[in-house]
Design a protein. Structure first.
Length: 304
């Protein structure tokens, strides 16, 4: 229909004489006045119906595609569970597959609407390059997530310390790691900084050593204190026999004798044993003649 108004010959000059311009104007005017309104309306309705059918087909493709993507994700979950795939890897692969399939679905829907995919991909590539330069940190976070999955410095469920934050790893996403602190705060750490930083993982080993530092007074029997502490450990099944627990004199301070007590326990028992024996040392060692020194100030008053 637009060709009806744009009929020109390529050989005609850009600047035409007035007589030629008047002739073209009259020709266009005559064509406009002789338009068949019924044919125009018929053509317009045909175009609208065709566009409506395209939109309907594209919508159906989108809905079916979303349903298929959900089915694929569920199939992946069942496969991961049957093969006991690491939960950390499950989350990352599931998120990557969902994003990739959704992008392919959108491209297919756009092509169904009649948009040139080649031009769209070229525009998308240029936009991706520009966005990638602007969001280089996001790309680094994605690369950090891939590095974490390859090296596996921690897994979902591990208790770690990273970037000054401590907590249990709940999820490793495409761009961040989610941890939950002991007071139930949720913290998101970018994968880039956590992958290139120092990570303390407290969950990799099955056993851990717990330490106590005790101060006793000068004159107390160190050997008697040692035997009393080792007897407590001997009666406790949570304290491992190998490596054996030890009680050493670590230093002779100004006002006390400093003892270092070390024992090995299962990782899950660490904090229960540590806090429980803090209280037991305080309550039971004085029965063995132990005196716990504390800072005090003597004031002498002189009368003139």
């Amino acid at each position: 229909m637009w060709q009806f108004f744009m009929q020109t010959t390529p050989s005609e000059p850009v600047i035409l004489p007035d007589s030629v311009q008047k002739a073209h104007f009259e020709e266009a005017y005559n064509k406009l006045m002789n338009l068949d309104a019924r044919q125009l309306f018929s053509d317009l309705m045909s175009e609208l119906i065709w566009i409506g059918l395209k939109l309907l087909v594209a919508l159906c493709i989108f809905l079916v595609g979303r349903w298929l993507i959900r089915r694929v994700v569920k199939l992946l979950n069942r496969t991961f569970e049957s093969r006991e795939v690491d939960p950390t890897l499950r989350t990352f692969i599931r998120g990557t597959v969902t994003v990739a399939l959704t992008l392919l679905l959108l491209l297919f829907v756009v092509q169904t609407l009649g948009v040139n995919i080649t031009s769209l991909i070229a525009i998308f590539s240029a936009a991706t390059l520009a966005i990638g330069m602007a969001l280089s940190g996001t790309a680094q976070n994605f690369a950090g997530g891939v590095m974490i999955l390859m090296v596996k410095p921690y897994r979902v469920g591990d208790y770690i310390t990273a970037q000054g934050q401590s907590g249990t790893v709940q999820e490793i996403k495409l761009f961040s790691t989610v941890i939950t602190t002991v007071d139930n705060q949720t913290i998101y750490i970018p994968n880039n900084v956590i992958a290139t930083g120092i990570i303390d993982n407290y969950s990799t080993a099955t056993t851990r050593r717990t330490d106590w530092s005790l101060a006793i007074s000068y004159g107390d029997d160190v050997e008697r204190v040692r035997k009393a502490i080792l007897a407590m450990f001997e009666a406790d099944q949570r304290i491992l026999k190998e490596p054996a627990a030890v009680v050493w004199v670590s230093s002779l301070d100004e006002s006390c004798v400093r003892l270092t007590v070390r024992a090995w326990v299962q990782n899950s028992d660490l904090w229960d044993v540590f806090f429980e024996y803090n209280e037991r040392f305080y309550n039971e060692l004085p029965k063995e003649g132990v005196h716990f020194p504390f800072r005090q100030l003597d004031v002498h008053i002189k009368n003139n």
